[in-house]
Design a protein around this ligand. Sequence first.
Ligand code: KIV
Length: 262
Amino acid sequence: MTLTQLRKLKKKAEKITCLTAYDASFAHILDQAGIDILLVGDSLGMVIQGHDSTLPVTVDDMIYHCQQVHRTCTKALLIVDMPFMSYATPHAALETAARLMREGQAQMIKLEGGAWLVETVQLLTERGIPVCAHLGLTPQSVHQLGGYRVQGRVENEAECLRNDALALQAAGASLLILECVPEKLAAEITTSLEIPTIGIGAGIACDGQVLVLYDMLGITHGKIPSFSKDFLQETGTIAAAIEAFITAVKTGIFPGSEHTFQ
Ligand code: KIV
């Protein structure tokens, strides 16, 4: 999967599938099932390491897990998260991204935040580093946001998200994750952009969907978020659960209204 192919999928209105992966064995199953994107998310801080947020995750942690996923990822696009404070300045972002791509073998990096990242996204993309932006509920800012809550429900917040999305696209971002935003707002942002949007708790109108692997297999030690779905429960095997997720996204069955915020 390449960025060119992702853009074609958006043009054809064919939904893009993405799941998180943190190790070689799961990455192999997902890749063979035909997932479009593998995301080595810093959610690993919670589902693998047992922390109560993503904040303790380090660049070395991300490189370690990205290397594992890369060993069995043959077809999917491999994206890796830049962890908390590893891109606080454009220069720091460049150094972190270079390590994640050189040592971790990632094909694209993801960072959380809006307009303040414009200079950083410009710097990275001008130097050949593809960027996936992440707006809405940005878990690295959980304390600033006052908890894991839906973003963009009031008009000034919604307007800010619309402007941030356009600014990040103009700066060079190739993909945008929208997390926990009302479906109408996610639909507006998706229509306004040329780059694909991938939603998580952002409704059916996004160009694609992502879930945290452990949530959609029902093996998280914490509470499974209301926008997620346990695909293992209704299928019985991991391979069948992954296939069910891909089919449900490609056919527009997932997310349903029960997984969507208004
Ligand atoms: O860290 C992660 O897994 C993510 C996804 C939830 C989008 O950022």
